[in-house]
Write a protein that binds this ligand. Structure first.
Ligand SMILES: O=C[C@H](O)COP(=O)(O)O
Length: 222
């Protein structure tokens, strides 16, 4: 059985580079050590290298483009993310949507570099489609609940259950995460009881005065 994953997406909540990412990563590393739960962070690209150097928790990119080195201006090169020390990457987050062809290319590039892949999806059908690309994780997040403070685990457990079923129907080696409004140990426990392997979250930890306290609550029922 794979250990549950709590993946914190720092999005662009931080003002300036370094400070708040370092604060959240410190909290994540401390709570991961205390609890034995795997806690990862997905900072801005500029923070990948400092975090991967200073912390032992897994660090994820928020996006990659399915390109190879060459003439691509303004793209995120998977090789650069790997060199910056990333353990894995989000792909197709709701706030960074891609076409199916782009998702396939990004997953292929990540696999080539042995970057763990977390493909985000917005409904049951896209979860099944994403699973067919054989990422490590599919992360189902109803867009209307993202950043809402209303937990997907409580407001829409059915989408989690049906996504797990849809992914399992395509491949049994793809793990499922869920996210949107996750804020308590209860939310995490419900998500795991519905067959997921963990949660993808942002605001409850990133906007907290005491991120370590929120993380301790999140892992409290595991
Ligand atoms: O990547 C994280 C998700 O979009 C969830 O964000 P949230 O926890 O602020 O709802």
């Amino acid at each position: 059985m794979v250990s549950p994953l709590i993946l914190i997406n720092l999005k662009t909540y931080q003002e300036g580079i370094g400070g708040s990412a370092h604060r959240i990563a410190t909290a994540a590393e401390n709570v991961a050590k205390e609890s034995g739960v795997t806690i990862g962070v997905a900072p801005s690209f500029m923070d990948l290298r400092p975090l991967s150097t200073h912390f032992s928790i897994p660090v994820y990119a928020q996006h990659i483009d399915g390109i190879t080195p060459g003439a691509h201006t303004g793209y995120i090169l998977p090789e650069a993310v790997k060199l910056a020390g990333a353990h894995g990457t989000l792909i197709n987050h709701s706030e960074r949507r891609l076409t199916l062809a782009d998702i396939e290319a990004a997953v292929a590039a990540a696999k080539r570099l042995q970057l763990e892949t977390v493909v985000c999806t917005n409904n049951v059908a896209t979860s099944a489609a994403a699973a067919a690309l054989a990422p490590d994780y599919v992360a189902i997040e109803p867009p209307e609940l993202i950043g809402s403070g209303v937990s997907v685990s409580k407001a829409d457990p059915e989408i989690i259950r049906r996504s797990v079923e849809a992914v399992r129907g395509v491949r049994d080696d793809v793990q499922v995460l869920t996210g949107a409004g996750i804020q308590s140990g209860d939310c995490v426990k419900i998500a795991l009881d519905l067959g997921t392997q963990g949660v993808l979250l942002a605001s409850s930890v990133v906007k907290a005065d005491d991120p370590a306290a929120v993380l301790r609550e999140l892992v409290s029922l595991l």
